[in-house]
Write a protein that binds this ligand. Structure first.
Ligand code: PMV
Length: 313
C-alpha cells in the first residue's frame, strides 16, 4: 500500500494566459487530495470519496482513467497495471481549484511508494504534468507545480518544453481569501482549446489582452511582496475583466464576483479554467472573510475560507 497527497491551488493572476507563456501567480491552499494505491489482480478500480460538485466525478471519469495510464507510462510501468486506488482528502472536487493536478500528484506519490520507485519531487511534478494533459489538453504546468511543491509563486511556462521558471514570492503574512464555487463542473480542456482558437483567429483583439495579462502579473507580484493589498485587489479586478474579454467567465462567476465585491472584498475574479468552477475574493481580515463567506452561505453557495501564502514549503 502506498500513500500520497497533493495541494489544491488558487490562481491569483494569469490563468489561461499562462498556457501561452505569460507568467501567472498561484498559491497552494491548505486543502489537499490524498490517495492510497495498492497493487491489484484485475484492472483499475478507483474509489473516489472526494466531496465534489454535482456530476464532477462522472464528467471527469474518462480523463481520470487516461491520466492514470499516462502516469504509469511516464513511470515506465505498464499503463494497464492492475491497481486499487482510493482518493479522498479535504480538497473538494470543484473545477478551478486544481483538483485534477492535486489528485495526480497524490496518485503519483502513492504509486511511487507502492512500487518503491524512489522518485524525486521533480519527477513527481513531471509525471503529474503528463497526467494533466488528459484533463487540460495543453496544460501550462502551473497546477501540478503548486500541487507538488506548495507555496506562493510566480510561474512561467518554458515554451521550448525545458525547465519552467518558478519564483517563490515572499509576503509579510498569509492573506485571507474566500473561494466561491458556482457548483458547475467545467471542462478545462475545452476552455483551454477555446482560448487558443479565438486567440489565433483574432490576434488584433487578443494580443493586447495578453500584453495586459503580462503587465498585471508583474504588477501583482510587486504589490503582493510590498504588502499593498488594495493594489493587489484592484489588479485582480482588472484580471477578471480580461478573463471576461477572452470568453472564459460566465453569468454565475460574474454573479459571485459581484456578491463578493458588494460585501467589501478588495478584489475578486474567477480562478482556474472558468466556464463554471470557482472564483476567488481577496478578503484580508477575519471579519471581511466571514462577511463574504456568510453572503455565499446565504445564497446557498459552497465556499472555502482559506489563506494564500500559508503553505510555505
Ligand atoms: O480549472 P483548473 O483548476 O484546472 O485550472 C486551469 C488553469 C488554466 O490556466 C486554465 C490551464 C493551465 O494549465 O494553466
Amino acid at each position: 500500500m502506498g500513500k500520497g497527497s497533493g495541494y489544491g491551488k488558487v490562481i491569483l493572476f494569469g490563468e489561461h494566459f499562462v498556457v501561452h507563456g505569460v507568467p501567472g501567480i498561484v498559491s497552494a491552499i491548505d486543502s489537499s487530495t490524498d490517495a492510497i494505491v495498492t497493487k491489484a489482480k484485475n484492472g483499475l478500480i478507483i474509489k473516489d470519496e472526494r466531496k465534489t460538485a454535482k456530476g464532477y466525478s462522472e464528467e471527469k471519469r474518462l480523463q481520470q482513467i487516461e491520466s492514470i495510464e499516462r502516469m504509469l507510462k511516464a513511470m515506465e510501468l505498464d499503463p494497464k497495471t492492475p491497481l486499487d486506488i482510493w482518493i479522498g482528502g479535504s480538497l473538494p472536487g470543484f473545477s478551478g481549484l486544481g483538483a485534477s493536478a492535486a489528485s495526480s500528484v497524490a496518485i503519483a506519490r502513492a504509486i511511487n511508494e507502492e512500487f518503491n520507485l524512489s522518485l524525486s519531487n521533480e519527477r513527481i511534478n513531471q509525471i503529474a504534468y503528463e497526467a494533466e494533459i488528459a484533463y487540460a489538453g495543453n496544460p501550462s504546468g502551473i497546477d501540478n507545480t503548486a500541487a507538488t511543491y506548495g507555496g506562493l509563486m510566480l510561474f512561467k511556462k518554458n515554451p521550448a518544453g525545458g525547465q519552467d521558471h518558478i519564483e517563490r514570492l515572499k509576503i509579510q503574512e498569509p492573506i485571507e481569501i474566500v473561494i466561491g464555487s458556482t457548483g458547475k463542473v467545467a471542462n478545462t480542456k475545452a476552455m483551454v482549446e477555446g482560448v487558443a482558437e479565438r486567440k489565433k483567429a483574432n490576434p488584433t483583439k487578443y494580443d493586447p489582452l495578453f500584453n495586459q495579462a503580462e503587465a498585471l502579473a508583474a504588477a501583482g507580484c510587486k504589490a503582493l511582496e510590498a504588502g499593498n493589498l488594495k493594489e493587489v485587489g484592484e489588479l485582480m479586478n482588472e484580471n477578471h475583466k480580461i478573463l471576461q474579454e477572452i470568453g472564459v467567465s460566465s453569468i454565475e462567476l460574474d454573479h459571485l464576483v459581484d456578491i463578493a465585491r458588494k460585501q467589501g472584498a478588495i478584489g475578486a475574479k474567477l480562478t482556474g479554467g472558468g466556464g463554471g468552477g470557482c472564483m476567488v475574493a481577496l478578503t484580508p481580515s477575519k471579519e471581511l472573510q466571514e462577511k463574504v463567506a456568510n453572503a455565499f452561505k446565504t445564497e446557498g453557495l459552497e465556499f472555502l475560507a482559506t489563506k494564500i501564502g500559508a503553505i510555505t514549503h
